[in-house]
Design a protein around this ligand. Structure first.
Ligand code: PEP
Ligand code: MN
Length: 338
């Protein structure tokens, strides 16, 4: 850590800071410059982080050197992690994994119909929310366990894997039973108790980025799951809030190469929530693959006009099929398969 001292820091203030650092068993090095002096600190940074250093008289700025996340960082594990999601399928390898399905599970018949179609088009995972995080308490909240039962039926009939969202720790057992991947939604990215609980299992976790969270905070949330012992974390960029309001969110494609620079964890992209418009989903899916994403999660509905949630951003199965054709070419161009 580097502590930059104020120009007018007094000798007593500097000595006090040096003593404080030493009292933690760390080694401070004072480097006195003409304009400005700095203190370099060698040793475990975590202890220093706990101190409100920027509040100390004489300190201008504190610059940590180490990243606050460890298990999620590439320094800890330089090779990319491949997360086994079942059925011999891995996220994070050469093959791009596509997850597709309705925003919410609505009824058994249409879910099975969608499952068959997305599977035939090349999706390996069926998405479907049974517990829905809705802005309004009066909106459709999901079918709960009944929805998960329909998903299980779709899996049985089509041999597709399942991803579904967990919002409340009281439903963890249910999700553990039915889902192959447990989704933690954007609104719960910083629900640390929930993160710790899913971290105690070894179930693959699809961790979506909060709409107002930085990449560093995103990786800190992954760290919560990893630090409880679950190494199976798949990150998901799903768009962030910006001043732009033409689209529902702004899909932060930057996050894909950024995560690749910082972490060994795979990252998938959700262009459905990222744009909020079905007409933009194909273009942003192509962009995601070109940027290095390990997978996609796409909303597909057989009757978007009547969808109980997110119809505006849901693709018809025929559109999804067409999109997959285009994605194959982009994947090939970047040396991957889909
Ligand atoms: C969803 O996947 O349907 C969803 C609610 O996503 P997010 O948490 O990214 O808003
Ligand atoms: Mn949705």
């Amino acid at each position: 850590m580097i502590i930059v001292l104020k120009k007018d820091a007094t000798r007593e203030q500097v000595e006090h800071i040096m003593e404080k650092v030493e009292s933690l068993g760390l080694k401070p090095w004072l480097s006195e410059g003409v304009e400005r002096s700095i203190i370099g600190v060698i040793g475990e940074e975590d202890m220093l982080r706990a101190l409100p250093l920027e509040g100390f008289p004489g300190i201008e700025k504190v610059m940590p050197i180490l990243k606050p996340y460890k298990l999620a960082s590439k320094d800890f594990k330089p090779d990319p992690s491949e997360i086994d999601i079942g059925g011999g399928i891995k996220v994070g390898g050469n093959r791009i994994i596509v997850m597709a399905g309705p925003c919410s599970v609505e009824d058994e018949e249409s879910l099975i119909d969608i499952a068959k179609k997305v599977k035939a088009s090349g999706a390996s995972v069926l998405r479907g929310g049974a517990f829905k995080p809705r802005t309004s308490p009066y909106s459709f909240q999901g079918l709960g366990e009944e929805g998960l039962r329909y998903m299980a039926e779709a899996k049985e009939r089509t041999d597709i894997l399942l991803v579904s969202e967990l919002m409340d720790v009281r439903n963890l057992d249910l999700l553990m039973r039915y889902a192959d991947i447990i989704q933690i939604g954007a609104r719960n990215m910083q629900n640390y108790d929930l993160l710790r609980e899913v971290g105690k299992s070894d179930k693959p976790i699809l961790l979506k980025r909060g709409m107002a969270n930085t990449i560093k905070e995103f990786l800190m949330s992954a760290e919560y799951v990893l630090s409880e012992g679950n190494p199976n974390v798949i990150l998901c960029e799903r768009g962030i809030r910006t001043f732009e309001d033409y689209t529902r969110f702004t899909l932060d494609i930057n996050a894909v190469p950024a995560i690749k620079e910082l972490s060994h964890l795979p990252i998938v992209v959700d262009p459905s929530h990222g744009t909020g418009r079905w007409s933009m989903v194909s273009a942003m899916s192509r962009a995601a693959i070109a940027a290095g994403a390990d997978g996609l999660i796409i909303e597909v509905h057989n009757n978007p006009e009547e969808a109980l949630s997110d119809g505006d951003q849901s693709l018809l199965p025929e559109k999804f099929e067409m999109m997959m054709g285009g994605l194959r070419k982009v994947a090939e161009a970047v040396g991957r398969t889909i």
